[in-house]
Ligand binder design. Sequence first.
Ligand code: KG4
Ligand code: ZN
Length: 343
Amino acid sequence: MSRAEQPIVLGIETSCDETGVGLVRGHTLLADTIASSMDEHARFGGVVPEVASRAHLEAMTPTVESALSKAGLSWKDVDAVAVTAGPGLAGALLVGVAAAKAYAMGLGVPLYGVNHLAAHVAVDQLEHGPLPRPAIALLVSGGHSSLLLVPDVAREVVSLGSTVDDAAGEAFDKVARVLGLPFPGGPHIDRAAREGSETAIGFPRGKVDDGTLDFSFSGLKTAVARYVEANPQVSVPDVAASFQEAVVDVLTRKALQACAEHGVEDLLIGGGVAANSRLRALAAERCAAAGVRLRVPRPGLCTDNGAMVAALGSSLLAAGATPSSLDIPADSSLPITTVALTG
Ligand code: KG4
Ligand code: ZN
């Protein structure tokens, strides 16, 4: 180990369009560097897998070097390498996994192939310290919307419910398209909604009272598209605010339902949609009323990044988890219950 202190973990994230490299010591963030290929995808209205893979390949070495230099570290300081092994785009994941294997082998340090979704949960420790055990996690991103019971993020994550159709972020992106806003739509809807009224239009709340912890957003997306078609002169801010309210109303209600059903008093929200200002505000309000403690990482740590992967790697190391072998695959559909590919 480089110092008498906690080990330094290098984290690599390439599951989608972001080449993220993070460096942490224990749960202290040392560097978080991101190269995004989003500009290359924007004109297609979505991430093009082949373009993303090529961009990762080009960005990998410079991004790692930039992270090391920002942290004032050199290669010999790195004690372990963690990498997103899934879920995500197969070709994009492969670039990160291959690089991480090479770095781990070259440095003679352990490798941890980790779950992207568990990493979205683990990242909060960099900002708010060790996660309460157990915690409920609401994970809302472009590809996933899940409610999780997290007894220990390094060992066990239990799925309580998930979307039966679109992910929350996907709904934001699709509705943004209907409204003529750029991709990815979440931040644009968030901004537009600030000028609108969330009660202007009563959009449907899918599955809100069905007793399950599952979500559904495709009916809402269709309702918005129909509304805009029927009302071409509509106020974009009003539609954005009303749509956003329907999403965050359901997300927060179901998250608190999960806390109540499982007798858990700590809720964590993670993933790209956790950057949404109205979700953060409504969750704070409703958690306070329900006596639930809320943790949401700052917006830059909610969207994909390398620090989250390093944070989970650090937790695995601290828990004494068996490192991954050098022949682990990139698993595009890695289930959330598999926190890491150990052994
Ligand atoms: O976690 P993430 O960066 O990548 C995935 O793993 O999917 O999440 C990206 C998603 C996109 O759908 C994007 O529109 C959404 O997060 N997003 C937001 C906001 N910022 C990003 N959605 C709503 N409000 C935001 N402020
Ligand atoms: Zn993500």
